[in-house]
Unconditional design. Structure first.
Length: 372
């Protein structure tokens, strides 16, 4: 076997916001290394660090998943991910971080150090795809619940499967390179529990600052992102946790001050709470546009039914469009898991959208994008 450090591999594709010198650090869920090889065997040298939440990797050959495994903490290890392949055939190998960035773990990190090929194996040029898409979301976009059966309710990384989300499926349908920024429990203005710090828009300008430990910062997680990728589409799927927080006890900040959310008798947001969402949507779109001048922006919702925030998301979009004269911003309701998932194989774990809901979301987005 011949081994190659990541920075010495000319033909490769890196998906997502990452950092690397001689090793590649994958931060976000669905971030990936892709190589196109002619080799009977493919090995990968990987390592991880974590306190609580171990990272998982998914491996695909020519777009089909062939394995999925946890990366042990500690020294790097070589793992065989393909063997007895036809040495005359090009094979696209995708090594995907299946676990989201873990904001609650100050040491959570995943590294790919080297790739090993058989002695006569070679790297081939990676075929250029047609477009670039950026996805911004919460646990749905992180793939929570896409592994494990419907009765599994423990919050563990094993049930995250970022490689099988609507985002990755849509990217395959469109032949697109992608980048995913998503965090379980986070929202537009607050998280599932009303925590005002759990707002993804605050971190959009950085590589992956939701993981802000000293160790992760040393890896480049909190550096400003260079936005060198020119996105054709930016797809947002945020609002589920903002919606759910209205039914939680008031969140207390670090000073002990409560921040309650209010509903009126018609179950609409009251006391300007809806206006906070509306303003948050408008500000986020404005910032996204500042970094993506040509992209079409699509705000999606509905894979879990929402009853409060969609009106305020729509109002924020319309106010932005009116003020900016930017008509390349759209809103799309996706079909809900409550309506789609009938059979056991349709369902996911932890009460989250399962395989069928993600597949239908990808197909609906595909048709919508083609219509544009």
């Amino acid at each position: 076997m011949k081994t190659y450090k990541i920075n010495n591999i000319e033909h490769k594709r890196i998906l997502g916001r990452t950092s690397y010198t001689d090793s590649l650090c994958l931060f976000w869920g669905a971030s990936a290394l892709e190589i196109n090889v002619k080799s009977t065997e493919v090995w990968v040298e990987v390592s991880s660090d974590y306190d609580l939440y171990e990272p998982w990797i998914a491996v695909e050959i020519n777009g089909a998943q062939v394995s999925r495994f946890m990366v042990e903490k500690g020294d790097s290890k070589w793992v065989c991910i393909a063997r007895n392949l036809n040495p005359d055939k090009e094979n696209l190998i995708s090594i995907i971080k299946d676990t989201q960035a873990m904001s609650g773990d100050l040491h959570h990190a995943l590294f790919i150090h080297s790739v090993g090929l058989s002695d006569k194996g070679v790297f081939c040029p990676v075929k250029k795809r047609l477009m670039n898409i950026e996805f911004l979301g919460d646990s749905i976009t992180s793939g929570e619940g896409l592994a494990g059966g419907p009765d599994e309710m423990d919050w563990i990384t094993q049930w995250f499967c970022a490689s099988k989300t609507y985002a990755v499926q849509l990217s395959k349908l469109l032949s697109a390179d992608y980048s995913v920024l998503s965090q379980c429990g986070w929202g537009i203005c607050w998280g599932w529990d009303g925590n005002r710090n759990s707002a993804l828009p605050y971190h959009y300008d950085n590589v992956c600052s939701i993981i802000g430990g000293e160790y992760q910062t040393s890896l480049g997680a909190c550096e400003k992102y260079d936005f060198n990728v020119k996105n054709d589409f930016v797809i947002i799927n945020l609002g589920t946790n903002d919606n759910g927080a209205f039914f939680q006890a008031p969140w207390k900040d670090e000073k002990g001050v409560e921040h309650p959310l209010h509903l009126d008798k018609n179950r609409k947001a009251a006391c300007d709470d809806g206006k906070l969402i509306q303003d948050g949507v408008k500000a986020f779109i404005k910032n996204i546009r500042s970094h993506n001048s040509k992209a079409k922006i699509i705000w999606t919702y509905g894979m879990l039914k929402l009853d409060i925030v969609p009106d305020y998301i729509k109002a924020g979009i319309e106010e932005y469009k009116k003020e900016s004269a930017d008509n390349n911003v759209f809103m799309l309701e996706l079909d809900s898991m409550e309506e789609l998932e009938v059979n056991l194989e349709d369902k996911g774990s932890r009460g989250h959208p399962g395989p069928k809901t993600h597949r239908m979301a990808a197909e609906k987005l595909f048709k919508f994008i083609k219509s544009l």
